[in-house]
Each structure stands twice: as C-alpha cells, then as structure tokens.
Design a protein around this ligand. Structure first.
Ligand SMILES: Cc1cc2nc3c(=O)[nH]c(=O)nc-3n(C[C@H](O)[C@H](O)[C@H](O)COP(=O)(O)OP(=O)(O)OC[C@H]3O[C@@H](n4cnc5c(N)ncnc54)[C@H](O)[C@@H]3O)c2cc1C
Length: 380
C-alpha cells in the first residue's frame, strides 16, 4: 500500500503540515501527509486571525474566502483583575473569527487537489535511522505497522511533538495549558474580543464571539508565574471565575457548551534547535506561535509555506537535503518578517508578564500602574 517511498513525509495535518504539504506538492514533490486522527481538524484550536495577510494569496490564490469567516471584530478590551480598569485596543488590521473546521478542510482539499497523499488514522511511532541519519518513519494504522522512507521529514505534529522527542531535540520551555469551549447563550458584544486578566493565579480568561450569543471561551494559566500549571489548577481557576468573576460570570450565567476541552500551546517563542538530519520541525512543534497573544495559525502557515517552497526547490535541483540546507532554512525563517515578529513577541511577552505578575503581583498594584500598562496594550 505504501511501497513507493515519497520525496517528503509530513507528520501532522494541522495548519502547519497542510500548508507545507501544499507548497511541496506545488513544487512537484511526491508528498505523503500522515495524520493520527480519523478526521482533519479534530483538535480544539483558536479561530481568531487577521483578515488580511499576503499568505492567503499564496495558499488560496485569493484573499481569505468569505465563506470561511464567521465573524469580524472591531476592537478588544483587556480588563484589569479588579475590573476597575480597561485597556481598549482598536484593530489596525481587521481581525476575524474563522470556522476552523471549514478552514482546515479547505486546506486539505487544496492539498489533495495538488497531489498530496493524505493518510488518516496513521500514528507515527518511530523514526527510521540509518547510522546517524534519519531516513524515514514507522507508523501504525489499524493495528498494522508500516515503514516509509523519504529524503525529508517535516514534523508538524503539534506542541507535544513525538518526533521532537524521538530525534532528541529540546522541548519548548514555556508550554501553557489551555482550556477552550464553544458556548451558546453567552452574553457578549459580537464585534469585540474580551480578555479578563487574573492575578491569583496569574491567568487570563477570554471571550471570542461568533455572534451576539455564541462564543469561543477559554482560560490560560500564565506559566512560569502560576504556582501550579496543571489541568486541575486550570479547571479550579475556571470554575472559581465562572461563579465569582465580576464580569465573566455575568456573561456566562446562561452559557451551555457544544464542546469543552484542554490543550497546550508553546508561548516561549521559536525553538532555536528544531532540526536534525533530514528532520525539520514546524508550527507548534517548533514554537512558531506569537508569545503575547498565542496566535499560531498564520505564523505556522507562513513558516510551512517558506519551508515547503525552499526544500521543494532544493530537492528538485539537488535531489537531497544536506545539514547545511536545514540550518540555512532555519536561518531564513529567523530573518523573515514572521521570524522577526516571533522573536520580538517573545521579548515583549516576557516583559509584559514579568511586570504584571512578578513586579505588580496584586490587583491593587496592577490598578495603581494601569495608566502605564494600558499604553503598550492599546498601541499593539
Ligand atoms: C485553545 C487554543 C486557542 C488558540 N487560539 C488561537 C487563535 O485564536 N488564533 C491563532 O492564530 N492561534 C490560536 N491558537 C494556536 C493555534 O491553534 C496553533 O498554533 C496552530 O493551530 C498550530 O498548528 P500546527 O499545525 O502546528 O499544530 P496542530 O494543529 O497541533 O496539528 C498537529 C497535528 O499533528 C497530529 N499528530 C500529532 N502527533 C502525531 C503522530 N505521532 N502521528 C501522526 N499525526 C500526529 C495531530 O493529530 C494534529 O492534527 C490556539 C491554540 C489553542 C490550543
């Protein structure tokens, strides 16, 4: 069934893997995409992105298709922990709430039309090594094990990346636990993103409306400042605020969930070492997420496109990828607009959270300094 080894194996059909697969296939590369789940887009993911980005032209051949957009936002409010103060950020570039499932299925459709072989229910369990070289992967599908070799393996297998561990590459430093649900009967302003900062423990609650009474809602603990960073601590914080938070509890009084789940997100910026001998990590697996706001959709897709185009060209011309090619591609990402943005966000995020939760600690201290704090939030 999988006897003809491809040029490229991509592990993980999230936005990073699918976008890289599209770019690779458009370069004429024989591309196999392995996904452990029985469906594309099963994981809980955020859905807020910029409406305009040059990436969309490259991927969709047009602007972001209207049918993938559920809602358009005008601004965001950030409430201090006491809710006595609020910073209001008007978006310079409009932000939209996409329908993640439709969005990712559209990416999969484009990938398949370009010749990508998407194999579902395929869980990668091992790397095939030849001496020091990584030559392929072993995966399991319906209880049967398969071996597949390729000239390049892209690890787009998310924040918990098994490939990263198998290759001995370092894990992200700042992996945050998150909780997200889709709720009906939320009392919200459809045109606004609401963020509620919490001081004890350091965390944030958010409401991202889909309409005037349906919203994505969630919570994140700010490690490393939160004393406990596990799911239980997050759930405790969530439940406490669902009952007692002065504004969030009111918005959520009648809310009922269509789904509710946990996941993780690397918020420590891009990993320095994210490649090794024919294996190159992208997306959440490599920390390609903006560290302040936790946006990873556009950044993962942009990196996926850079990587797919670059390695596709090298494979076409040279027929193989050298260690030098891997390090040069990593440097290209770093120097690109998205690479520079990821690096500057890492610094800003550290500074903002250190000030909020290391220096100012209590709600009263945060309120007393709010005039100084709100400027950088509103001007972003
Ligand atoms: C709760 C939450 C809210 C968020 N909100 C936003 C937001 O509003 N805006 C935004 O831009 N970003 C947001 N993000 C971040 C964004 O969703 C991610 O950064 C982005 O989706 C990462 O894409 P990815 O392709 O790298 O990884 P993933 O989407 O995690 O995809 C990885 C894929 O690999 C598969 N896989 C894993 N292991 C294996 C294996 N061994 N074998 C085969 N397949 C495997 C998984 O099943 C999965 O399909 C949010 C994230 C979370 C968790």
């Amino acid at each position: 069934m999988y006897s003809n080894d491809p040029d490229v194996i991509i592990v993980g059909a999230g936005v990073a893997g699918l976008t890289a697969a599209i770019a690779m296939a458009r370069q004429g590369m024989k591309t196999i995409l392995l996904e452990q789940n029985p469906q594309i887009g099963l994981k809980i993911r955020g859905e807020v992105i910029n409406k305009i980005d040059p990436l969309f032209d490259m991927v969709f051949g047009s602007q972001l298709p209207e049918e993938l957009i559920d809602n358009v936002y005008e601004d965001a409010h950030y409430y201090s922990p006491s809710c006595q103060n609020v910073a209001k950020r008007v978006f310079k570039t409009p932000k939209v709430n996409i329908n993640y499932r439709s969005f990712i299925e559209e990416l999969a459709r484009i990938a398949i039309k370009n010749g990508v072989d998407v194999i579902l229910n395929a869980t990668v369990k091992q790397l095939i090594k030849k001496g020091q070289e990584i030559a392929g992967v072993e995966f399991e599908r319906f209880g049967v094990n398969y071996r597949l070799e390729a000239k390049l393996i892209l690890g787009a297998d998310g924040h918990g990346s098994a490939l990263r561990g198998l290759a001995g590459l370092p894990s992200p430093k700042n992996l945050q636990v998150m909780l997200k649900g889709m709720a009906e009967s939320v009392k919200c302003n459809a045109k606004r993103l609401d963020f509620y900062l919490l001081a004890d423990p350091p965390a944030v609650l958010w409401i991202f409306p889909k309409s005037s009474d349906r919203a994505e809602v969630g919570c994140t603990l700010w490690s490393p400042h939160a004393p406990r960073q596990d799911k239980e601590a997050l759930l405790e914080t969530w439940n406490k605020n669902l009952k007692n938070h002065p504004l969030f509890s009111k918005a959520m009084t009648r809310a009922r969930f269509l789904y509710f789940d946990f996941d993780g997100l690397p918020l420590g910026g891009p990993q320095k070492k994210h490649y090794r001998s024919n294996l190159f990590l992208i997306g959440d697996a490599a920390g390609h997420v903006t560290a302040v706001g936790g946006s990873g959709i556009i950044s993962s897709m942009t990196v996926g496109t850079i990587v797919g185009n670059r390695f596709g060209t090298i494979l076409k011309e040279a027929g193989k990828i050298s260690e030098d090619d891997l390090s040069q591609c990593s440097a290209t990402i770093k120097q690109s607009e998205i690479g520079r943005k990821l690096a500057s966000e890492r610094k800003t995020a550290k500074m903002m959270r250190d000030i909020l939760y290391k220096v100012l600690k209590t709600p009263e201290e945060i309120d007393a300094s709010w005039d100084k704090l709100k400027g950088p939030i509103e001007d972003r």
